[in-house]
Design a binder for this molecule. Structure first.
Ligand code: NAD
Ligand code: MG
Length: 395
């Protein structure tokens, strides 16, 4: 049996992962499930999947979970806080850790899993954006496996040869073509973007996801974070990554080779495919996803991204080129700005404005030789700055 810790069990990726676990209960066992504050949902999941551990973000929520599970026979040991998350990410009986917490909050447990040499199933792209060097170093030192869950990166992984870690030029790769749906605002009149509501921004045309990543998709910051994620995962730079808008979300990304070949991975937009791929790799298992019907898809369209409409994408490219602390600052400012937008404190164009001004306000520092504490401090300073800027822009 393969023991699995699922960080962020109650979220969109978490629920899809539990579906895959249940389909293959002969192979995978949930050892630990974690959630932020939704004790009700986690209690239900504990009753169904019988993990040994359950972790809530704080002591209050842990208390509620204890009450909810009081009558459960063999109930899980209930922990709380970041220490609890780090603990269940590194348990000896755990082989795979699904990192599906949203935002920089996922960094510490993801790093703990990498340091403990686990197979890390990485959905939490923000942890690579904030601490790419540190995370990749931890993976290399411990011999952990890092398998991408983000559908684009999982697709790229599938289109690369096994020895891609020798370097993309060595294996004949010319560039990576990272596809993007363009989100729900791809065709909105640009002058009306300031009127977009959180509900409209979260109504993604092809993917059902958590609210933060849904807003990121609407601004295309999500694609920007994914460019940075791809640089770390595949050891490349922004000159070798092209973003391609592909509204149908059927091609999940492509790899272009020196000889003119372009390899792509296709499938219905359902995260259970990349989740199952990474959990079964190098084998293949049933994911429950309907087979792709190309006649129903009928056509595939491609466009260049419009950087005037999507300034967040340009900001992310710039942060990626700058390196140092810029990606961590970009991410923190974006988290604050997206939360402010969801709370209706700022308008949608305000997100890019807050991120841009935060990047201009904080000095870009080198991360060479710096550890986790330094990055967490940068993250906090960027949050403080972005919060102030968001208040100034309040509508
Ligand atoms: P979500 O909001 O649906 O779920 C987030 C999970 O993290 C929940 O279980 C929540 O309880 C937990 N959580 C939130 N804040 C926390 C905190 N401070 N401490 C501890 N736990 C916390 O998000 P999601 O859509 O499942 O996305 C999760 C991650 O996967 C994100 O990094 C996202 O970018 C990435 N991702 C998601 C999708 C998708 O289809 N949903 C696709 C690709 C990548
Ligand atoms: Mg993605």
């Amino acid at each position: 049996m393969i023991g699995v810790t699922l960080l962020g069990a109650t979220g969109s990726i978490g629920v899809s992962t539990l579906d895959v676990l249940a389909r293959h209960a002969d192979r995978f066992q949930a050892v630990a499930l974690t959630a932020n504050r939704d004790a009700e949902r986690l209690a239900e999941q504990c009753r169904q999947h019988r993990p040994k551990f359950a972790v809530m973000a704080d002591a209050d929520a842990a208390m509620r979970l204890r009450d909810l599970l009081a009558d459960m026979p063999q109930r899980p040991e209930i922990l709380s806080g970041v220490e609890g998350l780090e603990q269940v990410a590194a348990l000896p009986e755990v082989d795979y850790v699904m990192a599906a917490i949203v935002g920089a909050a996922g960094l510490r447990p993801t790093l703990a899993a990498a340091r403990a040499g686990k197979r890390v199933l990485l959905a939490n792209k923000e942890s690579l954006v904030v601490a790419g060097a540190l995370l990749m170093e931890a993976v290399a030192e411990s011999g952990a496996e890092l398998l991408p869950i983000d559908s684009e990166h999982n697709a790229i992984f599938q289109c690369l040869p096994p020895n891609f870690t020798d370097g993309l030029p060595k294996v004949g790769v010319k560039r990576i073509l990272l596809t993007a749906s363009g989100g729900p605002l791809r065709d909105w009149p640009i002058e009306r973007l300031s009127a977009v509501t959180p509900e409209q921004a979260c109504a993604h045309p092809t993917w059902a996801m958590g609210r933060k990543i849904s807003v990121d998709s609407a601004t295309m910051m999500n694609k920007g974070l994914e460019v940075i994620e791809a640089c770390w995962l595949f050891g490349t730079d922004t000159d070798h990554i092209q973003v391609v808008v592909h509204p149908q979300s059927v091609i999940h990304s492509l790899v272009q080779y020196e000889d003119g070949s372009v390899l792509a991975q296709l499938g219905n937009p359902d995260m259970r495919t990349p989740i199952t791929h990474a959990m079964a790799w190098p084998e293949r298992l049933d994911s429950g996803v309907a087979p792709l019907d190309l006649f129903a898809v009928a056509r595939l369209d491609f466009q260049e991204p419009d950087l005037m409409r999507f300034p967040c994408l340009a900001l992310a490219f710039e942060a990626a080129r700058l390196g140092g602390t810029a990606p961590a600052v970009l991410n923190a400012a974006n988290e604050i700005a997206v939360a402010a937008f969801l709370e209706r404190q700022i308008d949608l164009p305000g997100i890019a404005a807050v991120v841009s001004e935060t990047l201009q306000t904080l000095p870009n520092e080198s991360v060479q030789g710096q550890g986790l504490e330094f990055l967490l401090d940068v993250d906090q300073r960027a949050r403080d700055c972005a919060e102030r800027l968001a208040r100034e822009r309040a509508i």
